[in-house]
Write a protein that binds this ligand. Structure first.
Ligand SMILES: *Cc1c(COP(=O)(O)O)cnc(C)c1O
Length: 230
């Protein structure tokens, strides 16, 4: 069942790559496994997926303990500063950095743990009040400040687009972030490496791929609906 879902998602990504003249290797599929039991992750792992996304620190740590160590864990949810220490040596990439204070905390904990941490700057492209993320026109200033930290390494951008019925409605948002990504890349800022554009979820990942996403975060499309009341 999950295997079939994954196949479907993989097929859609491949089609979107073809439609936009991109190679499939440019796009990493992150299986967003939040709320899902370890058995579900194992099933997808057996199909070859190694990138998993979680949005809660405690859940990520619990799954990290019991699942194979070659999994790349992606922290995709809002991160509280007092919880950075728990994931600092477990995550491959933190997608949700949207303030200097959070980046400072990551730097502090990275020093203590003697590690280097790759992060993305989360941008609230649509300017939705309910969403985290730095405002569009403040992104560059934040990047330049975070770039000063010698253990925090910006790898690109993440955005969570609005919920829409038709994924085409989010194309403009994806294009806007793609453009910022290219602009910042061209500025060659020290300690800023623009190689990841994390955008697109179950409702809109094909449009995101067509607009340049290098990581898509798909939960429901692989694991089915989430039940938060269990
Ligand atoms: C839950 C979540 C996803 C996946 O959402 P689906 O619509 O289930 O694919 C992607 N990104 C973030 C940040 C999330 O919290």
């Amino acid at each position: 069942m999950l295997k079939e879902n994954l196949k479907q998602v993989e097929g859609n990504i491949l089609d979107a790559c073809k439609a936009s003249g991109r190679s499939r290797e440019e796009v990493t599929l992150i299986a967003v496994s939040k709320t899902k039991p370890v058995g579900d992750l194992e099933e997808i792992y057996r199909e070859g997926v190694r990138d998993f996304g979680e949005n809660k620190v405690q859940e990520l740590c619990q799954k990290y303990e019991v699942l194979p160590k070659d999994i790349r864990w992606h922290m995709i949810g809002h991160l509280q500063r007092n919880k950075v220490k728990y994931i600092i040596d477990k995550v491959a990439l933190i997608h949700s950095v949207d303030s200097l204070r959070l980046a400072q905390q990551i730097q502090t904990e990275a020093e203590k743990a003697n590690v280097h941490v790759d992060i993305l700057v989360e941008v609230n492209v649509a300017g939705e009040e309910s969403k985290f993320g730095v405002a569009w026109d403040e992104a560059e200033a934040l990047i330049r400040e975070i770039a000063q930290f010698n253990r925090v390494h910006i790898q690109g951008f993440m955005t969570i687009a609005p919920f829409v019925e038709n994924s085409d409605e989010n194309r403009e948002i994806f294009q806007k972030l793609s453009q910022l990504y290219i602009d910042i890349k061209q500025k060659n800022i020290d300690n800023v490496n623009m190689r990841v554009l994390s955008m697109g979820m179950t409702g809109d990942y094909t449009a995101a791929v067509e607009e340049g996403a290098t990581m898509v975060r798909v939960g429901t499309g692989i694991f089915g609906q989430r039940n938060y009341n269990r």
